[in-house]
Design a protein around this ligand. Structure first.
Ligand SMILES: [Zn+2]
Length: 381
């Protein structure tokens, strides 16, 4: 066996070696990474390797399977690896800081990788991360009634527990003052149509208000996101002093479990099916629906309790009912009524079914019992 084949075999064994953490991408956790940074000593996935290429002074990448590895580099990888690198580069990640997963958008992964290795913000002897729950700056915000993005000044104050934004640059009174209690921020790059698109939601008069914003700078928008998370964690700690930080951190951000178009009928179930955009918030156990994906307000919400409380979901529609354009039906039964949906394809139907089952099988947490109402929300329009 030549050097080439022998070294490749050693690396492939190293990827599977127990206690190394090499079986998952060091940066996003994706399974079976087959790229590596031979300057940092980490195994990473193809997507993350693309980010590493942007700072060659700090990281150099090779494919485990396709590139030639010299003996010295294989030695280096053997003595480093993902768990050791994690101990070094992630020694002090603040509790609020969002660590991206494989399914997250590129800007989140990119900024995490840069913060970790390029700026070395989380090393034990590194500089302190400067993010706090206070921040001020400009974001491009989508107009409520038209699709135009306008530059708006945003001010986040963890002490006041508020995020405010202003329509006039020197304006004294904010257009909105959003309480951190109700605030959620989640990257929605596809829906917004911008690689840095962030959706900020809050509750207003029983509905969910959506703001869609972005910033040209990837660092700036991810810093905003993590500052909002810092402020939210500060709020949650004050509001629920009896809960440990480890239980509060997962409550900071709510990512939608699933989104997409379905058709729904009204409460009598004889109304014509109408196409709506749906977003499933698993943590709040709410299915929100909108006329269009970027609407400022939802049209209505369906609360999804647990199976024990009598909530059920099943495939198909009642015998005498059918969707307008779409046939793949779903029925949700709540203690109050039945909700009928039609999905654009069997694939979508399967994904929605799995997502609803996931939510209904989750027990209501102590946090939920403390905060959420069990109303069905405003009735459909
Ligand atoms: Zn990765």
């Amino acid at each position: 066996m030549g050097d080439r084949e022998r070294n490749k075999k050693r690396l492939l064994e190293l990827l599977r070696a127990a206690g190394t953490g090499n079986a998952r991408c060091a940066d996003c956790g994706a399974a079976d990474p087959d790229w590596a940074s031979y300057k940092l000593g980490v195994f990473i996935c193809l997507h993350c390797s693309g980010v590493h290429r942007n700072f060659p002074d700090i990281s150099r990448v090779k494919s485990v399977r396709l590139d030639f590895w010299e003996d010295g580099l294989v030695e280096f990888m053997t003595h480093n690896g993902n768990l050791r690198a994690k101990a070094k580069y992630e020694a002090r990640v603040p509790a609020f800081y969002y660590i991206p997963q494989a399914s997250d958008c590129l800007v989140l992964k990119e900024q995490w990788i840069r913060a970790k290795y390029e700026r070395q913000e989380f090393m034990a002897d590194g500089k302190n991360i400067s993010l706090t729950g206070n921040r001020e700056g400009f974001l491009w915000k989508r107009g409520r009634d038209n699709a135009q993005f306008l530059r708006r000044r945003f001010v986040l104050s963890a002490r006041e527990g508020l995020l405010k934004y202003y329509t006039k640059e020197q304006g004294k009174s904010p257009k909105a003052a959003i309480h951190l209690k109700d605030l959620n921020a989640t990257f929605q790059t596809e829906k917004i149509g911008h690689p840095h698109g962030l959706q900020i939601t809050y509750r207003r008069e029983g509905h969910t208000r959506n703001l869609f914003v972005y910033q040209e700078s990837g660092k700036e928008i991810v810093d905003w996101f993590n500052s909002l998370r810092a402020a939210r964690l500060q709020y949650l700690k004050a509001a629920f002093p009896e809960l440990p930080e480890s239980e509060l951190v997962p409550l900071i951000t709510r990512n939608y479990l699933k989104q997409g178009f379905m058709e729904k009928t009204g409460p009598k179930q004889r109304e014509a099916f109408k196409k709506r955009w749906f977003a499933l918030d698993a943590q709040e156990r709410r299915l929100l629906y909108y006329k269009n994906p970027l609407d400022a307000f939802d049209l209505g919400q369906v609360f999804l309790g647990s199976r024990e409380q009598g909530y059920e979901v099943s495939e198909g529609l009642p015998r005498d009912v059918q969707g307008n354009r779409w046939k793949a039906g779903l029925t949700i039964v709540t203690p109050e009524r039945r909700f009928l949906f039609a999905c654009p394809s069997e694939k979508e139907q399967g994904e929605w079914l799995e997502s609803f089952r996931d939510v209904l099988s989750r027990p209501l947490t102590s946090f939920h019992l403390l905060t959420a109402s069990t109303e069905s929300g405003p009735s459909s329009r």
